[in-house]
Design a protein around this ligand. Structure first.
Ligand code: BG6
Length: 507
C-alpha cells in the first residue's frame, strides 16, 4: 500500500529563503571535505540560483596556491558533478578565490582580513562573512581565537563561524572548547555542524510529529514499547584511519548524529518554530537521557570491530588490516547501546542505538515499536501478531512505513502484518539535497536551528561519559568483539535486546 499525495505538486515545492551578499571563507580548502562536500554543495546552491550575485568563496590553507590553482583543482575534483554544464561552472568558478593563510599565525590572519576587505569591494559582499573551519579539530579553539584577535568576528550580525565535528572528544574537552569559542563570539555566531541535521528525513521527524494530530497522542510510554535508532554503513574506514583510530564509532557517529536523532524523536513540541525554542527542547531531552545502567556501562553497551569477510571473489579486509590502522587496534567500528530518557513522556521506554561500518546494508532508520494489543483475538500468521511499528527511513530510500496487522485473505480470521509506505521519491519526484546544501545555506542565512547549541553538545558528551571513562580506564570491561565484515555486528549486541525479549529489526 502506498501513501500517495492526492495532489502531487511537482513544481513549486521548494520554498527557499534568500541568502544575503556573502563571502564564505573555507579554512582547510586543500582538504578532503572542501572538494568532496563543500564546493559541491555551493555549486548546487548556485545551480538552484540560491546564491546571490554578490558572492565569493575564499579558500584558505597553508599551500601557496593562486586563485587559478584553487579553481582548477576544484574543477578537477568536481568533473563528474559539472558534467557538460560548463557554463554553470564558469559562472560559479568566477566567484572562487584563494588566499594562503595559517590559523596559527596571527599576521597571516590580519593579512586575510585585508584580502576580505578587497573582496568586499570587488564582489559587493558587504562585510557578511561566514568562516568555515574545515581544519584539524586541534585548531577549532585557536583558529576561532585568531579570527577574533584580527577583529573578524567583532560584528555579531555579519560574521559567523562554522565548526565541524568532532566538537571535543569528551565532556571536559567540549566544555573547554565552548569556553574558548564563546569568549570570541556570541552563541548566535557559532554554528556547530552535524550533517545529519541537514538531511531532509531527519528534519521530517519534526514535521511528522508536530504537523499531524495522529501521532502525538500515542508518542509516549503508554503506547510505545521501545525505540531503535540504527545507522548502518557498508563502507569501512576508507582513507581516514588517522582520524578514526583516535575516534571510533561512539565518538564518530553516536555522540553526535544518532544522539541528535534521539533528541528529535523524543523532544516535546516546541512553543514556536524557532532556533531557540527547538534547541531548548532538544537540550531538555539530552539532559533527561542516561545510559540504561550508568554504574555498570558494560551491561548496556557493546563494542565491535569488523574482521575480514566478504566473498572469495570480493574479499573485504578486516579493520586491523586497513592502511594506517594499528594491527592491534582496539578501536570500535560498531557500537550498540541502550538508553533511557527519564521524563514523564518516556520513563521506562528503552532507546537502543546502534551503528557500524562494514555491515550488510547502508541504512539509517528510527523504528518506534508500539505495545502489543492487550488481547489477541485472532491467530497470527507467524504465531504471534507483530507489534505495530512506525519506521522512519532516514536513508537511503527516504520515507516512512507504518506496519500493522490486517486480515489474511481466506475463510479464516488470521492476521498478518503489512506496511503502508510513504516514499519521498514517489511523492515528490525529486532527490533531496545533500545535508551540506541545506546547512551551508542556513549558516550563511544566520539561521542556527539545525546546528547544535553549546548545552546540547555538552549534554550529549555527558551522556556517554561512563562509557568513555570505562574505555579509558579499564577497556577490558568493554571488549571489542570481532564481527565478520558484511554481517550485522557482534552477537553480544543481540544479547543487549534479548535480555529484554526483543530483537533488532533486520531491514
Ligand atoms: C561522518 C562520519 O560524520 O558520517 C563517517 O565521520 C560516516 O565515519 C559518515 O561514514 C556517515 O554519513 P552519511 O551521511 O553517509 O550517513
Amino acid at each position: 500500500m502506498a501513501a500517495v499525495l492526492t495532489n502531487p505538486l511537482r513544481v513549486g515545492l521548494r520554498q527557499e529563503r534568500v541568502i544575503p551578499p556573502q563571502c564564505l571563507v573555507i579554512f582547510g580548502a586543500s582538504g578532503d571535505l572542501t572538494h568532496r562536500k563543500l564546493i559541491p554543495a555551493l555549486f548546487e546552491l548556485y545551480r538552484q540560483r540560491r546564491l546571490p550575485s554578490e558572492f565569493a568563496v575564499l579558500g584558505c590553507a597553508r599551500r601557496p596556491w593562486s586563485d587559478d590553482d584553487f579553481r582548477s583543482r576544484m574543477a578537477e575534483a568536481m568533473a563528474d558533478q559539472i558534467g557538460d554544464d560548463h557554463q554553470a561552472w564558469a559562472g560559479f568558478c568566477a566567484g572562487l578565490f584563494y588566499e594562503p593563510a595559517d590559523l596559527s599565525d596571527p599576521a597571516s590572519i590580519v593579512k586575510l582580513g585585508e584580502r576580505l576587505e578587497r573582496l568586499d569591494r570587488e564582489r559587493a559582499t558587504r562585510g557578511n562573512r561566514t568562516f568555515y573551519l574545515s581544519v584539524s579539530p586541534s585548531f577549532y579553539g585557536s583558529g576561532t581565537r585568531a579570527l577574533a584577535a584580527a577583529g573578524l568576528l567583532a560584528d555579531s550580525e555579519r560574521s559567523r563561524v562554522v565548526i565541524e565535528k568532532p566538537f571535543g572528544t569528551d565532556y571536559a574537552s567540549a566544555q573547554a572548547l565552548n569556553k574558548v569559542v564563546q569568549a570570541c563570539a556570541k552563541e548566535n555566531q557559532i554554528f556547530r555542524i552535524d550533517h545529519y541535521l541537514g538531511k531532509e528525513t531527519v528534519q521530517n521527524i519534526l514535521v511528522l510529529r508536530f504537523a499531524n494530530t495522529i501521532f502525538e497522542p500515542i508518542w509516549n510510554r503508554n503506547y510505545i514499547s521501545n525505540v531503535q535508532i540504527t545507522a548502518a554503513e557498508t563502507v569501512g574506514v576508507e582513507e581516514r584511519a588517522g582520524y578514526y583510530e583516535t575516534s571510533g564509532a561512539l565518538r564518530d557517529m553516536v555522540q553526535n548524529h544518532l544522539t541528535q536523532i534521539l533528541a528529535l524523536t523524543a523532544m516535546e513540541p516546541p512553543g514556536r518554530f524557532d532556533a531557540e525554542a527547538i534547541r531548548n527542547e532538544k537540550a531538555k531531552v539530552l539532559q533527561a537521557a542516561r545510559l540504561a545502567n550508568e554504574s555498570e556501562p558494560w551491561t548496556c553497551c557493546v563494542r565491535g570491530q569488523y574482521s575480514a569477510g566478504g566473498s572469495s571473489a570480493r574479499p573485504i579486509p578486516g579493520y586491523r588490516q586497513e592502511a594506517g590502522v594499528d594491527p592491534n587496534s582496539t578501536t570500535e567500528t560498531y557500537v550498540a547501546t541502550k538508553l533511557f530518557v527519564d521524563n514523564w513522556r518516556w520513563q521506562g521506554v528503552p532507546f537502543y542505538i546502534r551503528t557500524g561500518k562494514r555491515l550488510p546494508k547502508r541504512l539509517s532508520e528510527v523504528v518506534l515499536t508500539f505495545r502489543e494489543a492487550p488481547v489477541h483475538l485472532f491467530d497470527a500468521a507467524g504465531g504471534a501478531p507483530t507489534p505495530n511499528q512506525l519506521i522512519l527511513r532516514i536513508q537511503p530510500d527516504e520515507g516512512a512505513d507504518i506496519r500493522f496487522e490486517v486480515k489474511a485473505p481466506g475463510s479464516g480470521m488470521r492476521s498478518r502484518p503489512v506496511d503502508m509506505a510513504f516514499s519521498y521519491d514517489e511523492s515528490f519526484g525529486e532527490p533531496s539535497d545533500e545535508g551540506y546544501v541545506r546547512l551551508l545555506a542556513d549558516a550563511m542565512l544566520g539561521d542556527p536551528t539545525l546546528f547544535t547549541r553549546s548545552d546540547e553538545v555538552e549534554a550529549a558528551w555527558r551522556l556517554y561519559t561512563p562509557v568513555l571513562q570505562l574505555m579509558a580506564e579499564s577497556p577490558w570491561q568493554l571488549p571489542v568483539h570481532p564481527y565478520e565484515a558484511r554481517t550485522w555486528g557482534p552477537a553480544a549486541a543481540d544479547g543487549l535486546l534479548a535480555d529484554d525479549n526483543l530483537a533488532w529489526r533486520r531491514p
